[in-house]
Design a protein around this ligand. Structure first.
Ligand code: ZN
Length: 604
């Protein structure tokens, strides 16, 4: 049911093995639609909002980089950021996905100490989830009504087990009793919100007399809980508060169990609550998820967009359902998604519908679903009496704000035409109402981007050296022989080049993560990542290296000659003959050196 034990120590070789054997393009493709461009793959960055792709992935070097927000790293970093999970969880997730077995071995006391706080919190949630689950299955007296409730809602024992449903008895100290004895666990349980502290310092259980729905993150760790009251009482649904490991805005109930089917069907069905998700999954419609108690957020839409563009929303056909429908449009339109809509007959929710008509009837409805925006516009037109001029104007006033939210210019234009045809309006009139709103978003980023790429590609010979070492490690030996790394003037680059050279000598290889971990300063990291992500230099690395070395030495020579010539001028002005002769000689020597540099050929 739930992810078991995070007390594993993963050896370094295993991490290297996974990094090397996993296709980073493949993993990231699960979230971002990537297109091959030169040596890299490109797509829309999942870490910042953009319309033109600035997110690159390099398979050869197992690395990603975003030219917009400078997010960078390897496949583990990507998953950590994307799924909000720890390094260990990312390693395990990939190992599972690729059938690599990890050796399990208990942590030593020192390693235990180092175990991240996040993992400790997940562990506490896991313990609570197990306890609640056991109580639902085993507690005879109190849990009976919870079991009855689930039975009445048609939730079977398999589903209860798979989704780890539980029961919190009507007591103040179910969990408090368990966690109280251990100070660390107590403070952890307070942090995840399982327990609440009174002003008096006493703690009590947040969830009481409720059916418990563990909310899993993508790595199937328990991030939080939802609790539904069993009898009457308020609130009907209670959620874990936001914590270090739980963010309502980012999480969707049922997603970890739904991902595969969402990808298979290339479609996701959005329903309202826990029980809707569970009954749909049970009826074989496993590509369904639900937001957690609040209206759908942009973050959740962006999460879903990684798996599919086809989002089908399900609403009840009552006034409050219709209001919710209109409200839900904005975040979709802002993210370039045209959601579709299934309207259920009045008094029905997905749960009651599949129980009455079966999963297939529901699937049919979702297959035939029309567009939500079309539905809402039609609704507005019908509501206003558009056979009168006044009614048409009123309808326009309601429709225009919706059209303004469409971020894609062409789509907006098509809707303008459609609405005008439908209401027999002149397009110029509707466009005038839309105003000068030519999507201000589209103009700015493009301008920023061009200056950004320009500066990123303005690389010099020292940067080229690093790029060469990175993509053509065979040149490292040549560099070692010519022992010119000392001559690099950029201190950051120099440090990194020396580091790569040392790592290569020692292990015969190095990974970009090795380099990244070694760089301390964040902006240096970004700078280095930026030019390493550029297309690798193709032909004749040895020749390019030679040109670089020549270039660097020439520049150094020029600087030295400039210095000497200034000193010479000073000496001549002071009529100091001895010094003048000395500088003149040095100047001659540097000129000779310059000739040598120009003739330089490195043995390869
Ligand atoms: Zn980005």
């Amino acid at each position: 049911m739930l992810n078991t034990g995070s007390n594993t120590f993963i050896p370094e070789e295993k991490i290297r093995e996974i990094r090397a054997s996993v296709s980073i393009v493949g993993v990231i493709s699960d979230y971002v639609s990537l297109k091959k461009k030169g040596a890299n793959y490109q797509g829309l960055c999942p870490f910042h909002q953009e319309k033109t792709p600035s997110f690159s992935v390099n398979e050869e070097k197992k690395f990603f980089y975003c030219f917009g927000c400078h997010a960078s790293g390897d496949v583990f970093t990507f998953l950590m950021k994307q799924e909000n999970i720890s390094f260990n969880e990312a390693v395990k997730l990939l190992a599972r996905r690729n059938g690599i077995t990890l050796p399990e071995k208990p942590l030593s006391p020192r390693q235990l100490k180092k175990q991240s706080e996040k993992e400790a919190l997940f562990e506490i949630n896991r313990e609570a989830a197990r306890h609640y689950h056991r109580l639902l299955l085993e507690d005879d007296r109190q849990a009976e009504k919870a079991r009855k409730y689930l039975e009445n809602r048609g939730i079977g024992p398999e589903t209860i087990k798979t989704y780890g449903l539980g029961f919190a008895p009507d007591r103040w100290d179910t969990l408090t009793k368990i966690f109280q004895e251990n100070g660390k666990k107590l403070s952890g349980a307070l942090k995840t919100g399982l327990l609440v502290k009174k002003d008096s310092g006493h703690c009590y259980d947040r969830f009481r007399n409720r059916i418990i729905f563990p909310i899993l993150n993508i790595a199937k760790n328990v991030a939080g809980f939802g609790g539904r009251i069993i009898d009457t009482g308020e609130p009907k649904y209670l959620n874990s508060p936001e914590s270090e490991i739980y963010s309502k805005r980012h999480t969707l109930y049922g997603l970890p169990h739904a991902i595969k089917e969402i990808q298979n069907k290339n479609k996701v069905i959005l329903v309202e609550g826990y029980l809707d998700v569970l009954s749909l999954h049970q009826a074989g419609i496993q590509n369904s998820v639900a937001p957690l108690g609040t209206a759908l957020t942009e973050n959740q839409i962006r999460t879903l967009r990684r798996y599919t563009q086809d989002i089908v929303t399900v609403f009840d056909a009552d006034p409050s359902g219709e209001k919710a429908m209109v409200r839900s449009l904005a975040p979709f339109l802002a993210n370039n998604i045209a959601p579709r809509l299934v309207l259920l007959p009045e008094q029905e929710d997905p749960d009651s519908f599949v129980r009455k008509h079966g999963g297939e009837a529901f699937s049919e409805k979702t297959d035939r679903a029309g567009y939500l925006l079309d539905f809402v516009i039609e609704k507005i037109i019908k509501k206003n009496q558009t056979d009168t001029p006044r009614g048409r104007i009123e309808a326009c006033d309601e429709i225009v704000p919706l059209l303004k939210q469409i971020s894609d210019e062409m789509e907006r234009d098509l809707y303008v035409q459609k609405v005008c045809r439908r209401m027999d309006l002149k397009e110029e009139h509707l466009r005038a109402r839309l105003g000068r709103d030519k999507s201000p978003k589209s103009a700015l980023p493009a301008k920023n981007r061009s200056t950004e790429t320009a500066s990123a590609s303005g690389k010099n010979a020292e940067q080229l050296i690093l790029q060469l070492m990175f993509y053509h490690p065979e040149v490292i030996e040549i560099i070692e022989h010519s022992s010119f790394l000392d001559e690099l003037t950029d201190p950051d680059l120099k440090q990194i080049c020396i580091l790569i050279s040392a790592a290569y000598k020692e292990k015969g290889e190095f990974s970009l993560s090795d380099i990244m971990t070694a760089i301390e300063q964040e902006d240096t990291k970004k700078r280095v990542a930026a030019f390493l992500m550029e297309n690798p230099l193709a032909a004749e690395p040895a020749k390019v290296l030679q040109d670089c070395i020549r270039d660097i030495r020439l520049k150094k020579n020029i600087r030295q000659r400039e210095k000497i010539s200034a000193l010479l001028k000073q000496a001549e002005a002071a009529r100091d003959e001895d010094l003048s002769i000395k500088y003149l000689a040095e100047s001659q020597k540097l000129l000779k050196e310059k000739q040598e540099i120009l003739r330089l050929v490195i043995n390869t």
